[in-house]
Design a protein around this ligand. Structure first.
Ligand SMILES: *[C@@H]1O[C@H](CO)[C@@H](O)[C@H](O)[C@H]1NC(C)=O
Ligand SMILES: *[C@@H]1O[C@H](CO)[C@@H](O)[C@H](O)[C@H]1NC(C)=O
Length: 350
């Protein structure tokens, strides 16, 4: 009897402890996006799963059960000046800006699939995955990975909830009170802004239908379909593959963003990438923090939008603003502040 119970328990445990094989694809050449990918991978590994991570940034001293596939050439495909804040602010028109961002990111998704080491993975019929998790950066082409391995697709949206990320698993929300991250406006909108949001939505839908979907479908036919057929299945049309999404994980939290009705398969998980093991602060920062009686404000634009690239006027205005606060402000800044800038800000603050 005890033996039967033992066997039964053994079976139960072994099936509930089953490890999954996950393919995680974060092609954006940037440290902050790598951190988001690393957060997903770290949590999967912690639970005993096996992970293959397609990444342009190498995870140094990685945990066991991690296989990395290097796509660091993406740093040459997507040079950093494109994300220069001045460059973005000088973008001609909202729609012109959208077009260039979208085309470049479709190109990045395509290039990521084309590397020889990625091709080797896709081309190997002995490879199996139980789930594919891809960072969504304005291109749906990454859905093709899940189509090859015939497994559920999970998108990770790296930003606040917005209309496009909801649109991955639901109808697009109403443009009268929602925008997307490329939009210049945030709700609540004025009447004219609503009109423009509506126009952008119509423009996007038209362009998606006429330009982007055919562009991606051609790459799907070229890079993905042969691999599906090689595995003895008939390839579904691209329009079905890009809409076959199981779940969207959002790097957002309602406390720091907008509150929108979300579909059941959209889960905001903001903060997930923060390491549980907290390392002590460097001594100089620790000292500043401890000596700040009125608290500290940390201001950072992440690793892409560098503070040093702001136009001079904005740098000066920010300095003036920070100088007027009673809190200590720690600004992640990548150059020495020019004295002239400091003096001007000080004389204006007085
Ligand atoms: C893919 O695999 C086939 C054999 O199954 C081989 O003939 C072909 O050269 C491979 N292609 C690439 C790009 O690795
Ligand atoms: C949709 O994804 C599921 C896995 O989640 C897969 O079994 C199914 O074949 C896919 N359907 C299409 C049309 O791609």
């Amino acid at each position: 009897m005890a033996l039967v119970l033992y066997l039964f328990l053994g079976l139960l445990l072994s099936s509930s402890c089953e490890a999954y094989k996950a393919l995680v694809v974060f092609g954006m050449p940037s440290n902050s996006h790598f951190n988001l990918g690393k957060g997903i991978v770290r949590n999967l590994l912690k639970d005993g799963n096996e992970v293959t991570f397609i990444t342009p940034v190498e995870w140094k001293n990685p945990p066991p059960n991690l296989r990395q596939i290097d796509v660091s050439n993406n740093f040459n495909v997507m040079p950093s000046y494109l994300l220069n804040i001045k460059h973005l602010m000088e973008a001609p028109t909202p729609t012109g800006h959208r077009k260039s961002v979208k085309t470049r990111l479709i190109n990045l998704a395509k290039t990521t699939m084309e590397y020889e080491n990625v091709q080797r993975l896709l081309n190997d019929t002995n490879e199996h995955f139980d789930v594919v998790i891809v960072e969504h950066m304005y291109s749906d082409l990454g859905a093709g990975y899940a189509a090859i391995f015939d497994c559920p697709l999970i998108w990770l949206s790296p930003v606040e909830v917005h209309s496009l990320s909801i649109g991955l698993v639901d109808v697009l929300p109403n443009p009268a009170y929602t925008s997307d991250v490329l939009s210049p406006y945030t709700p609540p909108f004025t009447f004219l802004e609503r009109l423009e949001e509506l126009w952008i939505r119509i423009y996007d839908t038209f362009y998606d239908y006429m330009v982007y979907e055919p562009m991606e479908a051609a790459e799907y036919e070229r890079l993905i379909v042969p691999q599906i057929e090689k595995r003895g299945r008939q390839a579904p049309p691209y329009s079905e593959v890009r809409n076959n999404v199981s779940l969207v994980l959002g790097n957002s939290h309602v406390s720091t963003g907008v509150s929108l009705a979300l579909p059941q398969n959209y889960k905001p998980i903001g903060g997930y990438h923060i390491d549980e093991e907290i390392k002590p602060l460097p001594e100089n920062l620790e000292k500043i923090m401890m000596n700040s009686k009125n608290g500290v404000i940390y201001f950072s634009m992440g690793s892409n939008l560098k503070g040093k690239d702001w136009p001079e006027q904005i740098k000066r205005d920010l300095l003036k603003l920070f100088g007027e606060l009673k809190q200590t402000v720690i600004w992640k800044f990548e150059e020495e502040l020019a004295n002239t800038l400091l003096e001007k800000a000080q004389s204006r603050a007085h």
